[in-house]
Design a protein around this ligand. Structure first.
Ligand code: 6GU
Length: 217
């Protein structure tokens, strides 16, 4: 069972997503487990401070190293072989081929979600990989962490159910994006399903789907 741990100041942001749909099913079937680690619990002093002003001046607050180091230590105790992943717009761009690799390895992952204006750079010494989900800046790593976990979990054998989805997956082999699909009715407000899909000609249908799929990577 693969364990995904997420270190965050906002565990409630992830709860709904990780406990719904496919990710709920994957947990229920014992294929994955999720653990949310609240960074606030590792805060410094009586006010459990997690951030402070940058040395050298400048606006905003940075996450302090002590709570981050303590939270990673806790996560490593839970899962000693897990890899540590830092969510940052400066990281390597996430892609489907990496999601596939991560779904096949037999160790867990610990995600560190940055927040506010940044983090103390010393956290990088604990990190195996820095990941970004695209060239834009979000206010925190929580949404990227959810995107990455979703993209990995759906590829774990046994998670994706149903003949139809498995069929699309094997057709695409993960490298080809899905073709457009239609269901009943065949005509809706003057919008018609392409004739080829109603033709019953399986060779023509396969050709149409191939031509209308997008290549990834
Ligand atoms: Cl991983 N974090 C933040 N804050 N913004 C991002 C990102 C990550 N990936 C793209 N934008």
């Amino acid at each position: 069972m693969k364990k995904f741990q997420v270190i965050t100041l906002f565990p409630e942001m992830l709860e709904g997503v990780l406990n719904s749909s496919m990710m709920w099913k994957a947990q229920k079937e014992g294929l994955v487990s999720f653990e949310l680690i609240n960074l606030r619990e590792f805060g410094v002093g009586p006010r459990q401070q997690v951030d402070d002003t940058p040395y050298g001046g400048g606006d905003g607050m940075l996450l302090r190293p002590e709570p981050l180091f303590a939270a990673v230590k806790k996560a490593k105790q839970n899962d000693p072989t897990a890899k540590v992943v830092l969510m940052t717009p400066r990281g390597e761009r996430w892609k489907q081929s990496v999601a596939r690799e991560w779904s096949q390895v037999d160790h867990g992952y610990i995600f560190i979600c940055g927040r506010y204006e940044g983090y103390d750079e010393r956290i990088v010494t604990l990190v195996d990989k820095q990941v970004s989900i695209g060239d834009y800046v979000l206010t925190g790593g929580e949404i990227p962490a959810m995107a990455i976990i979703d993209s990995v979990v759906r590829l774990i054998p046994g998670v994706l159910g149903g003949e139809a989805s498995a069929e699309i997956e094997s057709f695409s082999d993960g490298e080809t994006l899905e073709f457009p699909q239609y269901t009943k009715p065949a005509e809706f407000e003057d919008l018609r399903v392409p004739d080829v899909l109603l033709s019953g000609n399986h060779a023509e249908i396969a050709k149409w789907r191939q031509e209308n799929s997008l290549k990834s990577d």
